[in-house]
Design a protein around this ligand. Structure first.
Ligand SMILES: C[S@@+](CC[C@H](N)C(=O)[O-])C[C@H]1O[C@@H](n2cnc3c(N)ncnc32)[C@H](O)[C@@H]1O
Length: 282
């Protein structure tokens, strides 16, 4: 990091205070900022790192020190303009691209990894744009969200978020972060999560159906899958849930959603899409 880019000076130069209504909580704890990129595994390809929510550039600066090239996406036009001025030399050298826009809408580049302090209001939507890219990520989340995402089957926190994330990646909470690390401090605790892409054991052709199916089954997490598949057909859109129950492994159907691993859900969703859609469009 260059000394003139310590987080407080960046905030001062940008002339902002951070607006929680716009998901703006800037990291000001230098140790947390320094550690964020180090949570990428050693063998991670750092040739092009994607940052969502550049803010005033405190993390962008760290990424430029540890990675070859960075693209940062920032929705706020004033902050994007500040980043363009502050980092003009890096932009001219072809090491930084600032994209002004909504990370849910802009085309994301072919990055090799992502390190981001995410806007919490849209962290779920952004995560499910990033994970299908199949790249390693280190992301800051609201702590409760992070714990649900990383939860193992059989625990209270395990749910549709853990299954959907676990389908794409191995997920680990690597560091808790207190509100005092941010300006202004958020009302919630935070945590840094590392995701390492994995090849799902079952390729799900229809991701939308998979996510809808898992969501539906977790609305009945205390019922056996046999009952949950039948009772939630109106949510998952299955035309013929009985056909799914008949075709699926009997012992799996006797278990509850909270005890079923992501790969088992993927296999069941693949089967359900094949045999449970009825004759029509499902
Ligand atoms: C939690 S702050 C992090 C800022 C900076 N990276 C840091 O660590 O200090 C999130 C940033 O994301 C921006 N943001 C909010 N919603 C966004 C969206 N949908 N797409 C892109 N950026 C967004 C905010 O303006 C803010 O600068």
């Amino acid at each position: 990091m260059t000394a003139s880019r310590d987080p407080d000076r960046l905030l001062e130069r940008a002339g902002v205070t951070g607006n929680p209504d716009r998901d703006q909580h800037f990291l000001v704890d230098e140790r947390v900022l320094d550690r964020l990129p180090t949570h990428l595994l050693d063998d991670t390809d750092r040739s092009h790192v994607l940052e969502i929510g550049g803010g005033t550039g405190a993390l962008t600066d760290r990424l430029l020190s540890t990675c070859d090239r960075v693209t940062t996406v920032e929705r706020d036009p004033a902050l994007a303009e500040f980043l363009r001025q502050e980092f003009a030399a890096e932009i001219d050298a072809g090491r930084l691209t600032v994209v002004q826009g909504d990370a849910l809408e802009v085309d994301l580049p072919d990055a090799t990894a992502s390190v981001s302090n995410l806007p919490y209001g849209v962290s779920s939507e952004i995560t499910f744009r990033l994970l299908p890219l199949g790249i390693p990520t280190v992301l800051m989340f609201q702590r409760e969200f992070a714990e649900r995402m990383a939860a193992d089957s059989g625990t209270d926190d395990y749910g549709r978020l853990s299954v959907s994330a676990g389908h794409y990646a191995d997920v680990a909470v690597v560091e808790p972060v207190p509100p005092t690390a941010f300006s202004p401090p958020p009302a919630v605790e935070s945590a840094i999560v590392r995701t390492t892409p994995r090849e799902p054991a079952y390729v799900v052709d229809d991701e939308d159906f998979f996510l809808r199916f898992v969501k539906a089954l977790f609305t009945q997490r205390r019922k056996t899958l046999r009952n949950a598949v039948r009772n939630t057909a109106h949510i998952s859109g299955l035309a013929d849930p009985d056909a799914v129950v008949a075709a699926a492994d009997e012992s799996l159907m006797s278990r509850r959603a909270g005890d079923v691993a992501p790969d088992e859900f993927a296999a069941l969703a693949t089967l359900a899409a094949e045999v449970g859609q009825g004759d029509g469009d499902g």
